[in-house]
Design a protein around this ligand. Structure first.
Ligand code: PMP
Length: 427
């Protein structure tokens, strides 16, 4: 085991586990592959928790970053900043939000923090609705609205948060219901919550819960929530940190699966837009963005080098229709994995859309989550040269698959074959 493992304790608390019994040090990457410090090559089906959206070492991004680094490394929101303005224009254009303003941050956490600042100021309320099992970040305010207990280390919060049903289909009191009945039950739950609380500022939700195990409600749920929210003057914040930029294949944004809901009031993004560089941001119509009446800028949000990377990356993924690729290749992968799952009693379901695929594992013959099996599949896949992720509620029993969006059919086939073998070895 690398001596880096014991030294790594310096950067995190003792209880936090790294992936794998023998943790990996990634040294470089290319396309959909990464290499570790022992020179082993892996097919990457997790993209570093979805941060590598397009491809590893994408020449267009590398060129933009090195050219910018050679010109100037500078970060001030007090001067005109060409790459930031150009990226903001592109993001506004693809956002679907009328009269959109874009405020850049360095992470998804900060993006959600900014969204909460906007929504609570706009509505003059510090009550927020969030989804059970959700994840929104690691700052004081975002921990408070995170419904997934494993990722919410304190119950102290600057916000009053009420959690509503809807993000998870597989477990909970409504798990046995069909789509229509599930939506009705969740809407009734939301109505009930609204009847018992001070007027909330916003509902924040991930269209597909990421950390929570790639679970999503039936299409249309947020459209129905939206009607109720609008009637009560409550804003809808869509946390697109994992679902944005075409990852879900059928849509560019996760919220679009909910059809007539129309665009959310606020969208937050991060991760993949930078293809590994630290970019986050919040998009809102100008009326909301302008509700703050004192300065609130970020020195490093929108720094030229990250903006140059984001611009090159967004241009690439639009020009190469990576959303379409996610739909086609992701569709094949889901089909292939469902065929495998049909013969494995421990796989409760293969779910997802595009290149955001979750595999829920249970103890065979029961409905009980099987985190040991998930850990075993992760190890077995790694041993055969495939990196995947895991997630879920308090019991990490879902495998998470989110490769770079440029995944080829041959790579999808190769990864599916390894996953099949890893799943078989775990059961
Ligand atoms: N929202 C969601 C949906 C996320 O998945 C994450 C990160 N896993 C965040 C927010 C926080 O983003 P960051 O890690 O960039 O702070």
């Amino acid at each position: 085991m690398s001596d880096l493992y014991s030294r790594h304790r310096r950067v995190m608390p003792d209880w936090l586990a790294l992936y794998y019994d023998d943790p990996i040090e990634i040294t470089h990457g290319e396309g959909r592959h990464v290499w570790d410090s022992d020179g082993r090559r892996y097919l990457d089906f997790f993209g570093g928790i979805l941060t590598t959206m397009t491809a590893h070492a994408l020449p267009e991004v590398t060129k933009a970053v090195s050219e910018q680094a050679g010109r100037i490394l500078h970060s001030s929101t007090l001067y005109l900043n060409r790459p930031m303005v150009e990226l903001a224009e592109r993001v506004a254009q693809v956002s679907g939000i009328p009269d959109a303003r874009v405020f850049f941050t360095t992470s998804g956490t900060e993006a959600n923090d900014a969204a909460l600042l906007l929504a609570t100021t706009y509505r003059r309320s510090n009550t927020v609705l969030a989804m059970r099992n959700s994840y929104h970040g690691r700052s004081f305010s975002t921990v408070g609205i995170t419904g997934n207990r494993s990722w919410s280390p304190t119950s102290l919060s600057p916000l009053q948060t009420l959690y509503v049903h809807g993000g998870v289909r597989t477990r909970g009191p409504f798990a046995h219901l069909d789509d229509r009945a599930f939506i009705d039950a969740c809407v009734a739950d939301l109505k009930d919550v609204l009847g018992h609380t001070r007027p909330p500022a916003a509902l924040i939700a991930e269209p597909v819960q990421g950390v929570g195990g790639f679970t999503s409600p039936p299409d249309g749920l947020y459209a129905e929530f939206r009607e109720l929210l609008t009637a009560h003057g409550i804003l809808w914040i869509s946390d697109e940190v994992q679902t944005g930029w075409g990852r879900t294949g059928d849509h560019f944004w996760g919220w679009q699966a909910h059809g007539r809901s129309g665009p959310p009031d606020i969208v937050t993004f991060a991760k993949g837009i930078g293809n590994g560089m630290s970019i986050g941001g919040v998009i809102a119509r100008s009326e909301i963005m302008n509700c703050l009446d004192a300065n609130s800028i970020s020195t490093f949000g929108g720094t030229q080098i990250t903006m140059a990377a984001g611009l090159a990356n967004l241009t690439y993924l639009l020009e190469h229709d990576l959303q379409g690729n996610a739909r086609r290749v992701g569709g094949l992968l889901i089909e292939r994995l469902r065929a495998v799952a049909a013969h494995l009693p421990g796989v409760r379901e293969v779910r997802g859309r595009g290149l955001m695929i979750g595999i829920e594992l249970v103890k065979p013959g029961t409905d009980d989550a099987d985190p040991q099996a998930a850990a075993a599949v992760l190890e077995a896949a790694r041993a055969q040269g495939l990196l995947i992720g895991k997630g879920g509620g308090h019991d990490t029993s879902a495998l998470r698959i989110a490769p770079p969006l440029s995944l080829t059919v041959a790579e999808a086939e190769e990864g599916a074959a390894i996953l099949e073998s890893a799943l078989r070895s775990a059961y």
